[in-house]
Ligand binder design. Structure first.
Ligand code: G1P
Length: 301
């Protein structure tokens, strides 16, 4: 099967972000920063690095900040220019590289990933595409996770889903897959279940928020029965049908994933990026040692 190189990426950003209330009352969770860049910027950079030139944001009326972030900020640019702050000016002048466009699809509700992806159907058309859940931040010194996956999808001619091992007791927070034996980083998926209890989980191999999908998924999403109180369409359910029709591979990406949809994940990501930061690494290390030392002293009291 030929599988065209992905050019389009979907970012479901319409979630309410209730875990981060009260901050997310006015700041979309995708705009929470790791050091000085919002989460969405990391996901967008990863998609662009993978070769995407069309970024599709599934958003809602509370998320103007995301659209504003990728728009021009004329007043701010003027002020920075007049103040001679050229370094800062460069940081805001080109919200997206040349040739890359952002498309916003608004949806009245806060849809689950499946519904959100379906909202992108008309924009994606009939070509393979990526889905990135910006809560999952993936850090790697080499090529980003999505680039690794796009290469793998193209080479094998099949959809690819990012996975990683998680603790058995955490299966209820993830889509969980069962696969055939891995060949290198890839293994064919033969079952996928959304958020099973540990005792029902087919393995402890969890889906991480990066997908490279055949557009066939749209038809399957349309045919997927919504369930739950909000009548949600789950991406996992449509993928479960896709893998009965064709090969879908799980991909163990190279990199470290931070679950920035949780408090501790966001803290962990901040610490790791600080420790890897050109200017912040040393002061961050000192500050952490001091903080741990002070805690140690207090704990002994
Ligand atoms: C979504 C998916 C789930 C996946 C997870 C990865 O769940 O539905 O299959 O494992 O992202 O972060 P959510 O965390 O949005 O509830």
């Amino acid at each position: 099967m030929t599988f065209k190189r992905i050019r389009k990426a979907v970012f479901p950003v319409a979630g309410l972000g209730t875990r981060f209330l009260p901050a997310t009352k006015t700041v979309p969770k995708e705009m929470l920063p790791i050091i000085d860049r919002p989460l969405i910027q990391y996901a967008v950079d990863e998609a662009i690095e993978a070769g995407c030139d069309t970024l599709v944001f599934i958003t809602n009326r509370y998320k103007h900040a995301v659209a504003d972030y990728f728009d021009k900020a004329y007043e701010l640019e003027q002020k920075l220019e007049r103040a001679g702050k050229l370094e800062q000016l460069e940081l805001v002048r080109h919200p997206l590289p040349e040739g890359v466009r952002a498309i916003f699809v608004t949806w009245a509700e806060a849809p689950a990933a499946g519904h959100a992806v379906l909202c992108a159907k008309e924009v994606i058309g009939d070509e393979p595409f990526a889905v990135l859940l910006p809560d999952d931040l993936i850090w790697n010194r080499g090529p980003g996770a999505l680039k690794q996956m796009a290469d793998a999808a193209e080479a094998r001619g099949a959809s690819v889903i990012a996975v990683q091992d998680v603790a058995r007791e955490s299966t209820g927070s993830y889509g969980i897959v069962a696969t055939e034996a891995f060949d290198g980083r890839q293994g064919r998926i033969n079952a996928i279940v959304e958020k099973p209890k540990p005792e029902d989980a087919p393995s402890n191999l969890a889906v991480v928020g990066r997908y490279v999908l055949n557009p066939r998924i749209f038809g399957l999403l349309e045919a997927t029965q919504p369930y739950g109180a909000g009548g949600e369409i789950q991406l996992t359910d449509a993928i479960a049908t896709l893998l009965t029709e064709e090969v879908v591979n799980a991909y163990r990406f190279q990199g470290t994933r931070f679950d920035c949809g949780t408090h501790i994940g966001l803290i962990e990501a901040t610490i790791r990026y600080a420790l890897d930061h050109e200017k912040l690494s040393d002061p961050a290390r000192d500050m952490m040692a001091r903080a741990l030392g002070e805690l140690g002293v207090r704990d002994q009291d």
